[in-house]
Design a protein around this ligand. Structure first.
Ligand code: PLP
Length: 404
């Protein structure tokens, strides 16, 4: 049974104080907190079997290699990839996107078209702009509406036989909107385009099935789902990963090297040059175990309840406006108090021990669309409580009184 008080005991950081007040951590969309079960795995790695992988015959190296490859299999099972070698370890979502964008440099030509959405994080915009500059491919944008939803009738119009790639996030980090990626993928495939889904914000809340989605590439960061920073994964369909050239050259990614010619290693190693974040990969596996033990259905139900509770309470504050009002959204609330700068609200909340994000949330085009400098963003995880939301609401009321 889902018991939030027991779950909170797993997270040492949740019992600390900030500015003399109990920490209320509502910046989960930026990074999640780490349970003791994952911290223990990190300590165990460095205490007992820290060694480089895939090369040594010695015991430590074999132990580390086994655990690292076991983690890859856990990740494969979690996202339901067909093969373990379709899981490429990366340093995070940004790395995964850049790996794919670089790979497409040699596959695109002038006049090809690539489609992005208006709801993207900068890391799912800039690498494609760079790709477009390198190749002459044209970048087109799926527009959004005032609820913060992508307009699918406009997407339909953008698609053509020239479309080669579509990249869109599963869930918006700035507004929480859940995008209709099933539809987006199906339509893109009808014109022969590949689809990359940025799953950085979906993986903390739902369990995506890459085969059911029939997605070509799916990228996530471990640190958004109770794992360590500097670690992530790229899922790619085997056929695509075979087609893409390697991203970086170095050790681990080769089959044979001479000065005349180098042949590349098989998947997944072709894309994993150099010594990886071994501990990070193993800890990512532990984070997935941790979240699955709680259960994604229980997490979704609980977080939805928090979202509804907080939305209602915040909207009771006069002059408070929420950005991102789709019916399909996760536990993210982006808001502003009439004419008060989000930074000032965030500063007052911090004095009260409440960690909320302020600013453009790496999604400036969304802020431009709403003609605002930024928002205050409270993003909830399964270890947050209604009592914490009450503290936020009181904090926002206090900020309003002090600043207006
Ligand atoms: C956090 C985030 C990213 C970037 O993830 P990194 O871990 O910083 O690479 C990309 N897209 C979305 C939607 C995000 O929320």
């Amino acid at each position: 049974m889902f018991n939030v008080e027991n779950i909170r005991k797993d997270f040492p950081i949740l019992s600390r104080k900030v500015n003399g007040k109990p920490l209320v951590y509502f910046d989960n969309a930026a990074t999640s907190q780490t349970p003791q079960q994952v911290i223990d795995v990190i300590v165990d790695y460095y205490s007992n079997y820290n060694a480089n992988i895939h090369r040594g015959v010695h015991t430590l190296s074999q132990e580390a290699t086994d655990k690292y490859e076991q983690a890859r299999k856990k990740i494969q099972a979690h996202f339901n990839a067909k093969f373990a070698h379709e899981i490429i370890f990366t340093s995070g979502t940004t790395h995964g996107i850049n790996l794919v964008a670089n790979g497409f440099s040699s596959l695109l030509k002038k006049g090809d078209e690539i489609i992005v959405s208006a709801l993207e994080h900068h890391s799912n915009i800039v690498p494609w702009q760079m790709l477009s500059e390198r190749t002459g491919a044209i970048l087109k944008v799926i527009p959004m509406n005032l609820d913060g939803e992508l307009v699918m009738s406009e997407y339909d119009k953008l698609l053509s036989k020239n479309t080669k790639l579509v990249f869109v996030n599963h869930i918006s980090n700035a507004l929480g909107t859940i995008n209709p990626i099933e539809y987006i993928i199906e339509k893109a495939h009808q014109v022969g385009a590949a689809v990359l889904v940025d799953g950085a914000q979906s993986c903390p809340h739902i369990k995506p099935d890459v085969q059911a989605l029939d997605v070509d590439f799916y990228v996530v960061s471990a640190h958004k789902m109770c794992g360590p920073t500097g670690q992530g994964m790229l899922y790619g369909k085997e056929s695509w990963l075979k087609k893409l050239p390697p991203y970086q050259g170095g050790g681990e990614m080769i089959a044979e090297v001479t000065f005349e010619k180098t042949t590349y290693a098989e998947l997944p190693h072709k894309f994993e040059a150099g010594t990886p974040n071994i501990c990070g990969g193993i800890a990512f596996g532990a984070a997935i175990d941790y979240m699955n033990a709680i259960g994604f259905d229980a997490i979704a139900t609980y977080e939805h309840d928090l979202l509804e509770y907080a939305t209602k309470k915040l909207l009771d504050i006069e002059g408070l406006k929420i950005y991102g009002t789709s019916k399909h959204k996760t536990s993210v609330i982006s808001f502003n108090l009439e004419s008060i700068h989000p930074y000032d609200v965030g500063t007052i909340l911090d004095k009260l021990g409440i960690a909320a994000r302020t600013g453009h949330h790496c999604a400036q085009p969304i802020m431009d669309y709403f003609k605002i400098p930024g928002t205050v963003r409270a993003s909830f995880a399964f270890y947050n409580t209604k009592a914490e939301i009450d503290a936020l609401v009181e904090g926002v009321k206090k900020a309003k009184t002090m600043l207006s």
